[in-house]
Write a new protein. Structure first.
Length: 505
């Protein structure tokens, strides 16, 4: 569950001097950071453009919610799938292919003549942007093996900060683009961003090594390099497992997408698909979703649960709060984005702080407390609320964005199997998107066609309950407690932290 020599409270590499980041320099990190911003910034940039899009296509809030849900649905399926491909085919190949897909999706969205085609472009955008994060985690793990030490916590923190910062700045950037160039610019901006990231990736990312067969470490890599059959390598991807996972998740999410008018008939096929998926994964020698490993690795399962719950509350506020500012409080899209800027700043500062913190339990506990406190403040908001209180509310939800992201990322890196880090990171994002999709459905249920004070207060009650539940889950998790390092003599050097190999994904 943990890399050798690592604890839940961090590793020796975390406290070492700057030379511990040898091998993780600017050329490696620049394309990884640029690619990693694309999914989160597209997830949130559209938040302050929804009203303009609805007005242009003459649809309501329940219809524009599909623009949010469609990308999250695609991302929830694509993130672990892309991670699996990165683990097996090579992270650089997957990383660059994703950027090309983003180019196509950005152009399609900017030119979309109907709301249906606009939603479709968001689906393609979700698939393309999903390649970067799991591929980046796999590249970092490979680089750690090359230099013979664990990836420094600060390096992981930069990856998390890039995602958090872009997600937090997204509403303000979306509002600015919508106010100056129109909402179509929110899609078109992906073209230059993806081109820059692609150029950096082609120039600086290390070439992929031989393709791996699953679960046998160096022996499998050597065999693949010596010319193992193409069919065997393709089989290691478990395409049927990926397809069953995608089908189960898609049907289940279609039920979640419209809680105002539940489609109860969808529960039966969801259950059947889940049963078939479980049976196939339990009998597959190299499953896409390793249920046996997850059953043994309770700490990793709890990390997924914490991450999903935290982002369920965060996204309820991110989308519900911005819509309420515009429709119930009368602010323009641009001014609503500016009011949410303190959320961005708090998220960035707390992400940096979380990256420099050795422990995991303390920042995750603080994140849960802030989520509950922020939800409590939302219960008091109304049409006459002073601007200072509106800004403070954003700060209360920005703090847990930074702390939960870096804390759960560090926990996952320590708990995930070394030869399946890409897929594991993808499943973490799936948990995040499940929370996001549920949040958009709750917003549609509680707001209806227009954001109101009463609807915001109902969202706040949900956030308060979930914040308290998250706090209990975090405090009660004993695996998050730091373990003391064994004593050493003054002349004994620190042992490099090496990733643990595993026969499971």
């Amino acid at each position: 569950m943990r890399a050798k020599g690592a604890t839940a409270g961090g590793s020796a590499a975390d406290a070492a001097p700057a030379e511990t980041e040898r091998g993780f320099g600017a050329r490696l990190m620049t394309p990884l950071l640029l690619g990693s911003v694309l999914n989160p910034i597209n997830s949130t940039m559209i938040a302050t453009s929804l009203v303009a899009i609805a007005r242009d296509f003459r649809v309501g809030a329940a219809d524009t919610a599909w623009l949010i849900s469609a990308m999250y649905l695609a991302s929830a399926v694509a993130q672990p799938s892309m991670g699996r491909l990165a683990d097996r085919l090579g992270p650089r190949r997957v990383f660059t292919a994703g950027l090309v897909t983003v180019l196509v999706a950005g152009l399609a969205g900017a030119l979309a003549p109907t709301i249906t085609l606009l939603i479709l472009s968001r689906v393609v955008l979700g698939v393309g942007t999903s390649a970067a994060y799991p591929a980046a985690m796999a590249i970092l793990r490979t680089e750690a093996e090359r230099v013979g030490r664990g990836t420094p916590r600060t390096v992981l923190g930069r990856l998390s900060l890039a995602a958090l910062g872009s997600a937090a700045v997204g509403p303000a950037l979306g509002g600015l683009l919508a106010a100056t160039a129109g909402w179509r610019a929110v899609f078109a901006v992906n073209v230059p961003l993806a081109l820059i990231a692609l150029a950096c990736a082609v120039a600086w990312l290390p070439a992929d090594g031989p393709r791996r067969a699953p679960g046998r470490g160096a022996e499998a890599t050597a065999e693949a390099g010596a010319g193992a059959g193409t069919a065997a390598r393709a089989g290691s991807l478990d395409p049927l497992g990926i397809a069953l996972f995608a089908a189960t998740l898609t049907v289940g999410m279609f039920f979640l997408l419209d809680l105002a008018h539940p489609r109860w008939l969808l529960l039966a096929p969801t259950a059947v698909l889940a049963a078939v998926l479980a049976r196939w994964q339990l009998h597959h020698p190299a499953p896409f979703l390793d249920l046996r490993m997850l059953a043994r690795n309770g700490a990793l399962l709890r990390t997924y649960l914490r991450h999903g719950l935290a982002y369920l509350v965060i996204y309820c506020v991110l989308y519900g709060y911005s819509q309420w500012l515009e429709e119930a409080h009368g602010y323009s899209a641009f001014h609503a984005g500016l009011i949410m800027l303190p959320m961005s700043g708090a998220a960035a500062v707390c992400s940096l702080a979380g990256a420099r913190t050795k422990g995991i339990r303390a920042p995750l506990t603080a994140a849960a407390v802030c989520l509950a406190a922020g939800a409590g403040v939302c219960l008091l908001l109304g049409g006459g609320t002073p601007l200072a209180v509106l800004l403070l509310t954003g700060v209360l939800f920005g703090v847990p964005q930074g702390l939960a992201a870096t804390g759960n990322q560090a926990a996952l890196y320590a708990q995930a199997p070394a030869d399946g880090i890409g897929a594991a990171a993808g499943f973490q994002r799936t948990a995040q998107y499940l929370g996001a999709i549920t949040s958009s459905s709750l917003i549609g249920l509680l707001y209806g066609q227009r954001a109101t004070d009463a609807g915001l207060h109902e969202i706040a009650v949900v956030g308060l309950v979930l914040g308290v539940l998250l706090l209990v889950l975090t405090v009660a998790d004993r695996t998050l407690r730091p373990r003391p390092a064994p004593p050493r003599t003054p002349s004994e050097p620190l042992e490099p932290v090496r990733p643990r190999t595993s026969h499971h994904h």
